[in-house]
Design a binder for this molecule. Structure first.
Ligand code: MN
Length: 174
């Protein structure tokens, strides 16, 4: 699909504050494989504890503004950790930055390494896991307007786990 060109009202030129915010540096450029931090980017819990099963995941929002209509988040999964097994109507565009791990997309379990790209289509079960001995850090781009993730029901899990590869991969507890 090509970008749609639309007529827009010119906006005010960037002020000094916007110019100063144009660059936010990575906090420790030499720290290639550890937790990634950036100036003026807060580190959040991945989700509210207890709201969904996950282990050892942080969330940082790198880019968000109305004109973008998307958010670019950075998730870091600690060694042995995992994101929530979930699905939803919105899609994920994922770029692995560093570390090692695997992910489930639909019924496929995929090995992940730096600079790999993962696309999660609508209503597709997905989960990200770091390796036992390495973190997994990745960018995830989403639409600003998005639906809440669904967790699997017992019947969903039973269907997913009919595949032994999927059954041995998924984590549904913290
Ligand atoms: Mn998701």
């Amino acid at each position: 699909m090509s970008p749609t060109i639309v007529a827009v009202e010119p906006t005010a030129p960037a002020d000094a504050a916007a110019s100063a915010r144009a660059l936010r540096r990575v906090a420790d450029p030499e720290h290639g494989t550890g937790p990634q931090r950036w100036d003026d980017v807060d580190v959040h819990d991945y989700k509210v504890a207890g709201s969904a099963p996950f282990r050892g995941v942080t969330r940082q929002v790198l880019f968000e503004r109305d004109e973008l209509a998307c958010q670019v988040r950075y998730f870091e999964v600690e060694p042995g950790g995992h994101s929530t097994l979930e699905r939803h109507a919105h899609v994920h565009a994922v770029v692995v930055l560093h570390g090692l791990g695997r992910c489930l997309v639909g019924t496929s379990v995929l090995d992940l390494g730096p600079r790999d790209l993962v696309e999660v289509p609508p209503m597709t079960w997905h989960q990200f896991r770091a390796a036992d001995d390495a973190p997994l850090g990745f960018l995830c781009i989403v639409n600003v307007e998005r639906d809440r993730p669904q967790l699997p029901t017992g019947a969903d899990l039973e269907a997913l786990c009919a595949d032994p590869t999927v059954a041995s991969f998924v984590r549904v507890a913290d």
